[in-house]
Ligand binder design. Structure first.
Ligand code: ARG
Length: 459
């Protein structure tokens, strides 16, 4: 059989052109969605009396046969049929004869492909919400197991104030919660039906778009036919949400890479999530964390790529828009790969509490608390800051930490120090003193875990 659109042409398509313009090598990924959309379309054509019931029935059976062939891996896709839509239509006509040609009544590949993409992303978004939930649960488990584990908290990657390790992990639970909410919000814009827009202007047939929407589980139909076939913002929004998720993952990756270095040795990643070196026998490399961090680049690239494709593109459909697919598929696969590995990597990570504790004992991250101590005794904060700055300098010059100072030494800096300063400087005390909503005190973190568990249960 020749091309489905061959009528107007007198010459065969140049073979290189065929290869260059075809999308079948990647859009065959949309086969399921394409058939799903076609089944709803033909049901509507029959219901509206546009195609006789008997023909619609044959078309439906034919589509199901094509679907089976695809599912069994028996379908041979051909570049000369350009894309998934025409490959399937051709297979249908081969299966049931010329009556198969009635399927494309009142429809264009332009509204068809947009519908396929909406169906495709709709499924993925639900999948990603589930995967993010699993990751949150893994983080919550580790947080609960580390409600009394103290680590140095950092700013500028310099030790700042001690915090609970659980508090640090819970920061990521919050980030992933926002990512989930963003995905859920985007669903409103994904779950809209473009079909019925035709090539760009609508169709002369008395179709029922709302019936198709209902069949396919869409909440709404696109208001404007030009917009329906030209819109790719729903994909850009997904790519942007995916970029944000990867950005969050890659920050945690960076911390896991650092924490598992000999210099930090705060955590040990499970052997199953690390790889070795072909030359250095001692090596255990955090490859998964590194690669998720690295693959963040391609996800950003896909976002910028599609934004750039659409920039200044006139309405309505342009072939440029076929470039929306590979980046989207790549982002879906990259995100699936990362999220699939991340939850078990977090669950199996070993936390080296002793080492974290040792780090906290050997720093000045309790300095703010002595300043606050003097403030509580009536000294203005700025003055207390100056006094403690000098105290820290004295410690550094004398190779001591604050808890090593004698009371006499403390008193050289302020007469207001007394015996209870040693209590105030204990890391547990320092952590638990930050007993404000959202703070690191164990009471607050326990409550935050409770709230997060409830939110994870709800969303
Ligand atoms: N393969 C095409 C794409 O993905 C389908 C739409 C083609 N429409 C057209 N008028 N050539 O964009």
């Amino acid at each position: 059989m020749s091309k489905l659109w061959g009528g107007r042409f007198t010459k065969k398509t140049d073979q290189l052109v065929e290869e260059y313009t075809a999308s079948i090598l990647f859009d065959k990924e949309l086969a399921e969605e394409d058939i799903q959309g076609s089944l709803a379309h033909i049901a509507m054509l029959a219901k509206c009396g546009i195609v006789p019931e008997a023909d619609a029935e044959r078309i439906k059976e034919g589509l199901l046969k094509v679907q089976e062939r695809i599912q069994r891996g028996e379908m041979e896709f051909s570049v000369s049929d350009e894309d998934i839509h025409m490959n399937i239509e051709k297979a249908l006509i081969e299966e049931i004869g010329p009556v198969g040609g009635k399927l494309h009544t009142g429809r264009s590949r332009n509204d068809q492909v947009a519908t396929d993409m909406h169906l495709y992303l709709r499924r993925r978004v639900v999948e990603f919400v589930g995967m993010l939930h699993k990751l949150q649960l893994a983080l919550l488990e580790q947080a609960k197991a580390n409600l009394d584990t103290i680590i140095p908290g950092y700013t500028h990657l310099q030790r700042a104030q001690p915090i609970l390790f659980a508090h640090h992990l819970m920061a990521y639970v919050s980030m992933f919660q926002r990512d989930i909410e963003r995905l859920q919000d985007s669903y409103k814009r994904i779950n809209v039906l473009p079909l019925g827009a035709g090539a760009l202007a609508g169709t002369t047939f008395p179709i029922d778009r709302h019936f198709v929407a209902e069949q396919l589980g869409f909440d709404r139909v696109y208001e404007n036919s030009l917009d329906a076939v030209s819109d790719r913002d729903f994909i850009i929004e997904f790519l942007s949400n995916a970029s944000m998720i990867m950005m969050h993952l890659s920050r945690l990756c960076e911390e896991m890479v650092m924490w598992s270095s000999t210099e930090f040795a705060f955590i040990e990643l499970d052997d199953a999530f690390c790889t070795g070196s072909s030359i250095m026998p001692q090596k255990k490399n955090p490859d998964v964390a590194e690669l998720v961090r690295g693959k963040t680049g391609r996800v950003y690239g896909n976002l910028v790529g599609l934004l750039t494709v659409l920039k200044a593109l006139p309405l309505a459909y342009n072939k440029d828009m076929q470039e929306d697919k590979e980046g989207m598929f790549d982002t879906v696969k990259t995100l699936q790969g990362a999220l699939q590995l991340f939850a078990p990597m977090v669950s199996t990570m070993k936390v080296n509490r002793d080492r974290m504790r040792q780090a906290v004992n050997q720093d000045f991250s309790n300095a703010t608390d002595i300043a606050d101590y003097l403030v509580n005794k009536g000294i203005p904060f700025r003055q207390a800051h100056e006094i403690i700055g000098k105290t820290v300098l004295y410690c550094i010059q004398n190779k001591k930490y604050l808890l090593d100072l004698t009371l006499d030494e403390f008193k050289q800096f302020s007469e207001l120090f007394d015996d209870n300063i040693y209590q105030v400087l204990q890391p547990e005390q320092v952590v638990n003193a930050r007993n404000v909503y959202g703070g690191t005190a164990s009471e607050q973190v326990a409550q935050a875990i409770g709230r997060a568990e409830e939110a994870v249960g709800k969303t």
